[in-house]
Write a protein that binds this ligand. Sequence first.
Ligand code: GLY
Ligand code: MN
Ligand code: MN
Length: 482
Amino acid sequence: MRSYRPDLATERFPQPTLTPVAEMARANRAKLFDLFEETGGSIVYMRGGSVQHRYDTDTEAPFRQESRFWYLSGVAEPDYHLVLDLASRTFHLFTPRRDTQYAVWNGRVRSLDEIREAYAPDELHYDDQLGEVIASLAPGRVFLVDADAERAWTEHLAAHAAGVFDPASAECDTLSLNDALVHCRLHKSEAELERMRYAGQVNSYAHSEVLKALQPGATEYGMRAVLESHLIRHGLLHPAYSGIYASGTNSAILHYVENTRRMEAGELFLIDAGFEYMGYSSDTTRTWPVSGRFTDDQRWIYAVALHAHKQAVDGVAAGARMEDLHLAACRTIVEGLRDGGLLRGTTEELMDKNVFALFFPHGLGHFLGLDTHDPGGYPKGVDRIERPGIRYLRARRELEPGMVVTIEPGVYFIPALLAPAFADPALSPHLVRERIEPLLGFGGIRIEDNLAVTETGHENLTDVVKEIDDIEAVMRDAAAGR
Ligand code: GLY
Ligand code: MN
Ligand code: MN
């Protein structure tokens, strides 16, 4: 067996030259300022994230900035605040006063000049100066992202502005700011796409390395170790969400995150994982045969899922609607399963009776950005469709250039859905029970890519093999080299 000696001095993909974060955040703020036509006396106040602890202990959780604060400030460290003066378009940043103990335990205390250079605020202050800055702005209205932010505003002023500024003198608006930020975040700037492209590129590479390592006897968490080692080496330091490393029947558990099982030959392995780069997520799923060759059933059912995936990917373009892509995927899946002998009935019957939702019970995809499930999927006045499966669709809006979405249809055999369906007089005539029952331990298949909508169609940010022949060829070569 060859020993594994990672070359830590060279990365497969050098980190790209990026638009500086201060410049990116300035452009983000400009988008927000453009949405407010304030003549004076109105400000935005936001408190950035702080370090969280595990339950009642002093064990720190890894710090991750709150997405909206990151978007507007570019600050990826804890305990900052910001104020935007909407009329003058001024960005006030408030940094904590770090003391000697901070320098001893946590890190070097940076000078104000260094902080100014990193984030380029129009005005930089210490956080205990918030009261006097607010008093000088004398706002009549304060925009806050939600009720929690309003509490933070009141608490902070009580601590630092008693006698200088009366919080009751300003009207608080906790509705408009979040809506405005959701609107701004819907369309990614080129600076944001630079980060998302790199996240996608490295995440794809790491998935490809997992494919080469997959073999009977490996553990689900071992696959996680392989993926994360490649991501972390490339500077993708934070999971975008809890990774799913699911083998055998676990692959039919949509959000399986235990990841503790040892895999056996003949099973499927589903990996749904992604890390973020500079705050921007990647979110990729692939499903592979543990032993390197799909069984006959795995092969044809995978082909059904792949057909639905490729068709939906092809449909991602400006003007497309996510719900239409979702329903088209449902049709492809029921037709594929019917042609494979698992279902009976016309396509219309199988669609009208929601038979698709027994095998594809989640949404086709969602917006992606600073959050894995990025906000904005439902414009105001558009509600979820109360129908099995599609009710979990996270985006129902018409796609526009600059939006980034995932496409992730799946085909699953979930006993908790199928057992009641066999007993349901409306559904059971459509189910070929003697063919489906032997597949109750099959697991599930999902294939997920990340796509940026462009003027002419889309740019696929994910590049991991998905054709059956390609998967088997990579696994064969990897096994031969082991
Ligand atoms: N793993 C989260 C998602 O794909 O939406
Ligand atoms: Mn995913
Ligand atoms: Mn996803």
